[in-house]
Design a protein around this ligand. Sequence first.
Ligand SMILES: Cc1cc2nc3c(=O)[nH]c(=O)nc-3n(C[C@H](O)[C@H](O)[C@H](O)COP(=O)(O)OP(=O)(O)OC[C@H]3O[C@@H](n4cnc5c(N)ncnc54)[C@H](O)[C@@H]3O)c2cc1C
Length: 275
Amino acid sequence: MIMTSVIDALARHIDRARVVADGPELDAAAAVWNGAVSHRPALVVRCETTAEVRHAIRVARESGLPLSVRSGGHDWAGRAIRAGGLVIDLTRMRHVTVSGNVATVAGGATSADVAEAADRQGLAVATGTVGTVGMLGLSLGGGYGPYNGCFGLAADNLLAAEVVLADGRVVQADTELLWALRGGGGNFGVVTSADVALHPLAEVLAGSFIYPWEQAEQVLRGYGELLEGAPDALTSTIAVVAGPEGPTVVVSPTWSGPPPTEPLSSTGSPRSAHL
Ligand SMILES: Cc1cc2nc3c(=O)[nH]c(=O)nc-3n(C[C@H](O)[C@H](O)[C@H](O)COP(=O)(O)OP(=O)(O)OC[C@H]3O[C@@H](n4cnc5c(N)ncnc54)[C@H](O)[C@@H]3O)c2cc1C
């Protein structure tokens, strides 16, 4: 009964067909990247505009429903879905426009949406490594990726944000709120749109080197020495990965810009090397 009145209240400003409250459609709307997340919300509201986000927040507050925000749905713990709550689903808000070296990104745009829009202008953006991750979900939490060395974290590239606050006000983030958004996660309001810095980048060299476990100490030491003096153009990750023949060490470097003419470092003998 309560839910009927909540749906009626939402439907005053949001198409009722975009309010999902039961059945298999709710299961589908609540599904996130981590299939082990099993908690279910009371309803999912597929918002298309800032005004609709604002209305959904107001209805949740007035009806006492807990609230969560869903963008790319890649949070491992499924925090985009609030058990028994109202989910503001931003996945229909994926618009990206580019003007000069700035992309204006709607709240539900994926990293790939932004990277592709930037690429069409010959520009690059600091994202993570997976295109389906939400651009703002990534940026609000920090956002490490292959361009960190030269462009910083995704959060460092967040220039401005339109935010709907818990009291329903729509604000352009001031200096203090923007500081909090850059790494503070989705705790300060719903970011419906943000400006993200783009960068010219003509060349990228990337790859991976897989070393057998017997060389782990040598490779880890060599990697540490390399990174101590590494130029900003080099961003690299290192991981110990389980394989059929036991653990391996995988080094994945990205070089942004014209490749170096001299070798930077040499260590071990990789089992496989791809550039
Ligand atoms: C396969 C995979 C690969 C990944 N790779 C990387 C990587 O390379 N680098 C990296 O740094 N991280 C990576 N991550 C982690 C990922 O960046 C975070 O989990 C991120 O928060 C996911 O954002 P999302 O929008 O996709 O997820 P969601 O689950 O939709 O959102 C994550 C959190 O952010 C909040 N949120 C999202 N959008 C908004 C918004 N517009 N306004 C307010 N709050 C919002 C949500 O409420 C939720 O609490 C990866 C995760 C996965 C599953």
